[in-house]
Ligand binder design. Sequence first.
Ligand code: GAL
Length: 470
Amino acid sequence: MIPVASLTMHDERSDLASSLLTEDRFSLSRNAFGADFKWGVSTAAFQVEGAWNVEGKGPSIWDEFTRRNGTIRSGHLADTSCDFYHRYAEDIDIIKFLSIDHFRFSISWSRILPAGTGKINAAGVDFYNRVIDRCLRLGIEPWITLYHWDLPLELKKKGGWANRDILGWFTEYTSLCVKLFGDRVKRWIIMNEPLAFTGAGYFLGIHAPGHKGLGNFLPAVHHATICQLSSGRMVKDVLPGAEVGTSFSCSMITPVNDQPRNVRAAARMDALLNRMSVEPLLGMGYPVDQLPSLRKIEKYFHPSDEKLYGFRFDFIGLQNYTREVVMHVPWVPYVHASIVKAGRRNVPVTSMDWEIYPPSIFEMLKRFSAYPGVNKIYVTENGASFPDKVENGHVHDQERMRYFSLYLSQVLRAKNEGVNVQGYFAWTLLDNFEWAEGYHQRFGLVYVDFETRQRIIKDSAFWYKAFLEK
Ligand code: GAL
């Protein structure tokens, strides 16, 4: 249910948002992006759905990981989260109310294939059918992300991403999704930030499944690469009219000063955080020039991989939040570099302690678009967490409005300089379960009270609505 207070306040809030749009520092017009530019909002299954064990859903690695002591801040669980599973209809109505035309969400693999392969869970399939159908009925285009980090637990028991058999499991899952939803869904994102889930989940151990070390990381990275390519091709083969892409996180990297050792450290960090996800998919291989220890990844290559490299995605999903400042630190394994936390640099930050640095998105759009083989870019995530407070039933999140408008100005700047960027998705619709941070971070356009699940539309959402309706 949309809180009545927000609805009745609609005009008043919209007036505020409109006046902000015309203020100099917020001045931005939707028209400047062109009539075909796509405006959306993104979510991810594990972060919003809840209903972790209802109606036949199998457990995912995140259901298990969150139950381990010390993995998640304050021991938060995502068992109910925003309860999108039961409240999807009102949430999609909110998207409509905000005049957002595109909704990106992910499928929970273990909701439709509880053991990862084999038996299908009809209730899970039904849920996604209802989500898709409601979007279409309201004139909202649904975009599916196939994998946003919640691997079925059964597959983890067999080695998960570190086991090459994942290629077969992921193929089965992809082909099922295409068969079930391909009649209505025209835009597909194969994976969300492969380097984030392999880095945090298979090297650092701070995300599910909690594995550590190069011996886990390298096979997981390579298997994610070939799964993206083979599934991308499969979706395209079955649905030639569909647009298929995959999404990466990326951040502009700046050396802490111009000392050569710090400049070299920045180049290595850039290889790890930016080049490593996109270059292999373009047939350029892994950035071993900067990171020689990556050569060990060749152990996981297979002659049959070669034929996969010819595939080109229709688009790349670019996700950017911040920039990183980097310094040389000899004892850090492999990269010999470390990120200088924004909190120590006296710069504006979000609640994640991520620097607010809008030119980062401009730089990354320029760089990614310069790769031969990158045809089109959609910004599939951008947003910010701030310590929102409810005051008399409202959330006056000025900082988020400012963040969005500053980053959007940089997207426009890139577009005006010839970058083929054709869409923008705000992260995210609802405050939700922010991985290892639990519910401590609020990225939503819509505030969620995690006791009552009540939604409150934040001022930033009214700002986005006013911007879209202008
Ligand atoms: C992205 C991720 C999202 C969300 C966001 C904010 O890396 O895809 O799921 O958590 O960051 O941290």
